[in-house]
Design a protein around this ligand. Sequence first.
Ligand code: ARG
Length: 270
Amino acid sequence: MINILMCRPAYYAVQYKINPWMDTHIQPDASLAHQQWDNLLDQFKNNDVQVHLIDPQPELPDMVFTANAGLVFNNTFIVSRFRYPQRQKEADFFLNWFKERDYEIRHLPEQYYFEGEGDALFFKDTLIAGYRYRSDIHAHRFISEIIECEVLSVELTHPSFYHLDTCFCPLDQDSALYYPGAFDAYGVKVLESVIPNLMAVSDEDAHNFCCNAVVLGKKIILNQCSHSLKVMLEDMGFQITQLAFNEFIKAGGSSKCMTLFLENPRDSRH
Ligand code: ARG
């Protein structure tokens, strides 16, 4: 069974601007946001995913994006160090949640920022880690020492795709989606060196957060995508569920940002 951590959007709002998607004049509709979040929760429940919840906190509107809590590896939890002060207080709440459940807690050196699974995704046993806008490349070496896995650092080069999970999505043992506009040529080379079937998404799909998809075996949950992307994924044997996440895109996130996997690396279990 797959276990994930989510946080209800009880205090979700756009109260500050820390990425290009956020505009404090364009607020999410609270009841629509709840509905969209509930739809994601229902999808998980219908697919035998065990959903764990952390209490939302007033004044921490982005806590709904649990992918940024940290990185789970076996029974170890590496807690995030958020770059922006607006999100830094989230870390203690996430830390306590994992502490109470007997995870071994690891901290990174104070001077290095790291924003969790939002910037670190396993492709098989290799951790692909993004840096620049949120996480620091220096954090990657420490993560690699903790988890004893190869960590490949890729620089993010497009401010709208500020976390790795906005522009990269591992699908299975061979394949991943990525948005070429979010990486430099060398980053793409690095991805190509470990991923046999690296599939580019269009500008439009990228801006619709199609790389921010949740993959559950053969099932993919994502925001609206193009017909061609849907067909391409279906031809690979995936079942596509498109849901609206536009209220969360107002803060720069979609389905994957609201999902933290409680086991990693995921592919080793298949
Ligand atoms: N407003 C949030 C931020 O800028 C959105 C986080 C999206 N999370 C993600 N894993 N991409 O930090």
